[in-house]
Design a protein around this ligand. Structure first.
Ligand SMILES: CC(C)(COP(=O)(O)OP(=O)(O)OC[C@H]1O[C@@H](n2cnc3c(N)ncnc32)[C@H](O)[C@@H]1OP(=O)(O)O)[C@@H](O)C(=O)NCCC(=O)NCCS
Length: 181
């Protein structure tokens, strides 16, 4: 089994929008221990995943869900959101409507730590900056999620210190829009 996975690591990492048909795959991923530990701490039921992650549900909170693709294999979940007005106690000091936030997780433990997360974040940053209204991209890994923090640094994010979010303390990391060439 090792060889096909290693060969696949050279395939391009891209993103596509998530659809309703991806929900059972997402449910499987969100129940895997390597994600549970960093993503809510609980094993969500299929019903809960449907209630929270169907694209039309997320759209109500201006969250866009994506599936990360390794070649033609779905391998990761990612989402972007508008920080201003996120509600629920999130990003209450934000005043800039151009700030987008991102989160992502790789679905398969055997694919962690191989550079795919860094490529996925770079791909998502590129997608988001195609919108001229986007000024800055932020993310908020847990302070002890050193692998995620390093992954974001690989993708050009810098830490601006610790913030307190409704999910607890987080490292506030940002990436500005690249200067025009
Ligand atoms: C976070 C996540 C998306 C990162 O993707 P990834 O493919 O594993 O990350 P990459 O391999 O691109 O980069 C990880 C970096 O962290 C480093 N790293 C790995 N474990 C580490 C640790 N315990 N401490 C410090 N650095 C660590 C790696 O060496 C690598 O850095 P390098 O490229 O400079 O060598 C992925 O690990 C994941 O899905 N984790 C589980 C869920 C999760 O944490 N989601 C994120 C919530 S914010």
């Amino acid at each position: 089994m090792m060889q096909p996975v290693m060969a696949a690591l050279d395939l391009p990492v891209t993103l596509r929008l998530m659809s309703d048909a991806d929900i059972s795959m997402l449910h499987d991923w969100l129940n895997r221990p390597h994600i549970v530990v960093w993503w809510g701490g609980e094993r969500p039921s299929l019903e809960t995943v449907r209630e929270k992650y169907l694209p039309r549900v997320l759209a109500q909170d201006r969250v866009v869900p994506y599936i990360g693709m390794l070649g033609d294999m779905p391998f990761a979940y990612a989402q972007s959101y508008v920080a201003l007005g996120a509600g629920g106690g999130w990003w209450e000091d934000e005043t800039d409507p151009g700030v987008r936030g991102i989160d992502q997780s790789i679905g398969y433990a055997e694919l962690l730590g191989k550079g795919l997360g860094s490529k996925l974040v770079l791909a998502l940053v590129d997608v988001l900056f195609t919108d001229p209204n986007v000024t800055k991209i932020q993310t908020d890994p847990a302070p002890n999620n050193l692998r995620a923090i390093r992954c974001y640094e690989n993708a050009g994010f810098r830490s601006e210190g610790i913030v307190v979010t409704p999910d607890g303390p987080a490292v506030y990391m940002v990436r500005d829009r690249p200067p025009k060439k």
